[in-house]
Design a protein around this ligand. Structure first.
Ligand SMILES: Cc1cc2nc3c(=O)[nH]c(=O)nc-3n(C[C@H](O)[C@H](O)[C@H](O)COP(=O)(O)OP(=O)(O)OC[C@H]3O[C@@H](n4cnc5c(N)ncnc54)[C@H](O)[C@@H]3O)c2cc1C
Length: 356
């Protein structure tokens, strides 16, 4: 039997491989790094609910660096604090997390080939392209292009531990055009400071702006990467009796508001493994289940990216007047805006006008 080839042993490649093995495929995974998870650029902030959906694949708690209970939003100077009063997300050590998923795929029977880049035409048989934002599988097989990316820069900083349980998010289209800055605490001593801005803006200059905003110097040892900010219009096809599916960042299955791609990417990866030989079913299934949420993230990302800093400040103060923090504390959902918007968020302003 010609094996199914999975290109890339990131979280989406490994989850797709495990799902395909469960459906009876023989699977080969190709990873260009020496070991899966090496040098991952991800901040590792993942919702608890999203991680729970992977509990059959890895014990995520083993890879947790920190627990997060809320966020402090800086809307171009206007601050909002959302404290859910419970752990809603974890900061995950992606290196260990990715390695454990790749190990699980091998334990289930996949063969993993590391240390060599897979090149077109990627051997015989069907392919799952899980090869990240610069997917060579996508370009070789002529999939529609992703045209919108955020350029990112990150560095490890020391902090005073005051906001150990909170992510800090800095919105300003002057400083971080089209995206945002963040500080994600890893523990009481260290945090990751990072920025993204829609390319071709310069993330390095944006990281210097973040440094001034938080009053902390950011070391010159910085890590750079890109995040796809829109999904590909087509993610599966049949060509010369081969089925080619794209998954995860390669498919643009990313929350455009935050750049988070692990939750939706791995959810789609389960479907990619299941429908590895049926491209149409894969495309229909993931779009039906997750397309609305990903589209909502994209629309919110575009709307926020167009606002001037004075509009962002005004929105912050209006949100506070309508006690949106209270709503987010109870009903907030990092992954699924659709579950939050209707009817809860739309009814919330009316409720705040009714005296208690
Ligand atoms: C700065 C930054 C911060 C982020 N923060 C978060 C966050 O907090 N939470 C979150 O959920 N997401 C976050 N993300 C996004 C997240 O990292 C990705 O969505 C996720 O890693 C996508 O997984 P993947 O398996 O699709 O791709 P990847 O993790 O990119 O894995 C692709 C793999 O394919 C391999 N590969 C590529 N080409 C080839 C080839 N030709 N042959 C062999 N191997 C190949 C690569 O080496 C890589 O290991 C962040 C991203 C960035 C850049």
């Amino acid at each position: 039997m010609v094996p199914l080839r999975v290109i890339g042993a990131g979280p989406c490649g490994s989850v797709a491989a495990i799902s395909a093995l469960e459906c009876g495929h023989s699977v080969h995974i190709y990873e260009q790094k020496e070991t899966p998870g090496e040098n991952v650029r991800c901040s590792g902030l993942i919702s608890k609910e999203g991680l729970e959906s992977l509990s059959g694949f890895t014990n995520y708690k083993k890879h947790a660096l920190n627990k997060i209970r809320g966020a402090i939003f800086d809307c171009a100077g206007y601050k909002l604090k959302v404290d859910s009063g419970r752990d809603i997300a974890y900061v995950i050590d992606r290196e260990g997390f990715d390695a454990s998923l790749a190990q699980k795929a091998q334990d289930e029977g996949a063969k993993l080939f590391c240390g060599k880049r897979a090149l077109p035409p990627f051997g015989e048989g069907s392919i799952i392209g899980a090869d990240g934002p610069g997917s060579m599988v996508a370009s070789h097989f002529g999939f529609p292009k992703i045209r919108r990316f955020a350029g990112t820069a990150q560095a490890t900083i020391r902090h005073d531990g005051q906001f150990k349980d909170y992510v800090r998010v800095f919105l300003s289209n002057d400083k971080f055009p089209g995206f945002f800055g963040w500080v994600i605490p890893h523990n009481e001593e260290y945090a990751e400071a990072g920025v993204g801005c829609v390319l071709p803006s310069n993330p390095d200059a944006a990281l210097d702006c973040l440094s001034r905003l938080i009053g902390t110097s950011i070391p010159k040892e910085r890590r750079y990467s890109v995040i796809p900010l829109e999904r590909r219009r087509k993610t599966a096809l049949s060509a010369s009796r081969r089925n080619i599916l794209l998954v995860g960042d390669a498919a643009g299955q990313v929350k455009s508001t935050t750049g988070g791609g692990v939750v939706f990417g791995t959810k789609c990866a389960k479907l990619a493994g299941k429908y590895a030989t049926s491209p149409k079913d894969y495309e229909n299934a993931w779009k039906a289940l997750y397309g609305h949420d990903l589209d909502a993230h994209y629309q919110m990302h575009r709307a926020l990216g167009r606002l001037s800093d004075s509009s962002l400040r005004a929105i912050g103060s209006i949100a506070s007047a309508f006690r949106v923090e209270e709503f987010l504390e109870k009903e907030g959902n990092m992954d699924s805006p659709m579950r939050m918007i209707w009817p809860g968020l739309l009814l919330h302003p009316i409720r705040t006008l009714v005296p208690k």
